[in-house]
Design a protein around this ligand. Sequence first.
Ligand code: FAD
Length: 106
Amino acid sequence: PPDVEQLGRATWTFLHTTAAYYPEKPNSSQRANMLMLLRSLPVLYPCTWCADDFGENIQKSPPDVSGRTALSKWLCERHNEVNQKLGKERFDCAKVDERWKDGPPD
Ligand code: FAD
């Protein structure tokens, strides 16, 4: 079976970075493909209990693919739900661009 922690870090890196660089005004193809990417996780993610819980998580809170700011916030909130489940600290979603796009202020 995969290393669930390493897989998780790699997957969150991919997802948050992809959200950070998603267009502010996505076209219909970009929106549709982002929805497919996110909806495929509960089906394909190779940690089955993670995938099942994430599926319930996004049933309750459907993806907001309307633009990069909304998507980044939505994903941050979903990640925080996983953090909470695992007893990890919540991440301040106001800092999501600093973490995944801009880097620390100088
Ligand atoms: P991670 O949680 O991997 O976070 C990586 C980095 O992201 C952090 O160092 C921090 O800088 C940043 N970060 C943290 N929180 C946020 C946030 N809310 N928004 C933006 N950036 C943030 N593991 C399980 O054991 N059980 C599960 O059910 C489970 N479900 C998962 C579901 C999904 C969809 C994914 C992608 C992963 C899941 N994992 C699960 C893995 C788990 O979330 C962690 O990735 C893993 O435990 C490693 O944690 P970490 O402390 O290294 O940091």
